[in-house]
Design a protein around this ligand. Structure first.
Ligand code: SF4
Length: 312
């Protein structure tokens, strides 16, 4: 979940001059939690993500596709905030009366109940989702925290000029998939584009990183390929057919047979001493949610060898 501004402490520089105090004593609310915020949610005063709000969204939901419906809702929520604070009550999760435009002109959307807007008083509990609102960060925001500074600058340039709906959109904002691809792929992209990368050029020249390749399934394999060649290999006409021939063949005849009950004693793959992309591969490409360490190792070694043969 990417939360627009909920995770930024009230003294965050991005909130300077933006407080809209409710008039209640700052000390009367719960302390603002430190640490659960990300600059990715709101990197500057022109971009803000509300992709994690409301807390329950349909699978594949995209903020950009919902823009026309959301604009009047966000205007109304901003206008009716004081009334809603008293009368609206708890939300079901599919919509939130606290989500609205943060400014008069409707440039940025985000949480109107955040303590940063109310002198430190956290009003999110009035929706019934306060704990979740304070607790959650999306995967992309967690990866953002791990990214080297030069990669953050490089990636964020890809989101320049996006409005709040497009910035929050996993489809329109290339920063989100690139964060999931991780630092090895990002470094490869930076090596290919030392002068920086324009968003239009990214979608024209590097669209394979959005589809058909997907980070959860393919990051492990792509990182292995990058150990012996530049990222530009994914743009070679033969790369995608070769990769998917190898992958589909491997999935059809994996060297470790599919699980048979009882399997409950096997650890989850994310608990094994393997890399995150390796666990993602086992889960997403092979459907192995649990595996013994030796099984995981056999599968990964065999996939390494399959890939190496495919590109020999
Ligand atoms: S209160 Fe609503 S708008 Fe605010 S962070 Fe929670 S879900 Fe999002």
């Amino acid at each position: 979940m990417v939360r627009p501004d909920m995770n930024c402490p009230p003294n965050h520089p991005l909130f300077a001059g933006q407080s809209e105090s409710s008039g209640e004593a700052p000390s009367s609310g719960p302390a603002v939690p430190a640490g659960r915020y990300s600059m990715l949610c709101r990197p500057d005063e022109e971009r803000a993500c509300f992709g994690c709000c409301p807390p329950i969204r349909p699978p594949g939901y995209d903020t950009l596709a919902d823009r026309e419906r959301l604009i009047p809702v966000f205007q109304e929520n901003r206008k009716k905030l004081e009334y809603n604070r008293i009368h609206a009550g708890e939300i079901s999760g599919e919509a939130c009366w606290g989500l609205g435009f943060l400014d008069e002109v409707g440039t940025l959307a985000g949480c109107l109940l955040h303590p940063a807007r109310h002198g430190g008083r956290d009003l999110r509990d009035r929706t019934g989702y306060g704990d979740k609102c304070r607790r959650e960060l999306c995967r992309e925001a967690l990866f953002w925290e791990e990214a080297p500074s030069d990669q953050k600058i490089f990636l964020l340039a890809l989101a320049e000029g996006l409005d709040t709906f497009a910035y929050s959109s996993p489809r329109a904002n290339p920063v989100f998939p690139l964060l999931l691809w991780g630092p090895v792929v990002a470094a490869g992209l930076m090596a290919e584009c030392p002068g920086g990368l324009d968003r239009d050029v990214f979608f024209k020249d590097w669209a394979v990183l959005v589809q058909p390749l997907v980070p959860e399934r393919d990051r492990y394999g792509l990182e292995r390929r990058l150990a012996s060649g530049p990222l530009s290999q994914i743009r070679w006409p033969e790369f995608i057919p070769r990769y998917f021939d190898a992958l589909n063949g491997f999935r059809a005849y994996p060297p470790v047979p599919g699980v048979t009950p009882p399997i409950e004693h096997r650890p989850f793959v994310h608990q094994l001493n393997i890399s995150r992309p390796a666990a993602w591969f086992l889960r997403t490409a092979l459907g192995r949610f649990r595996a013994r360490p030796d099984e995981a190792l056999r599968l990964l070694t065999a996939w390494d060898q399959t890939l190496d043969r495919a590109f020999a």
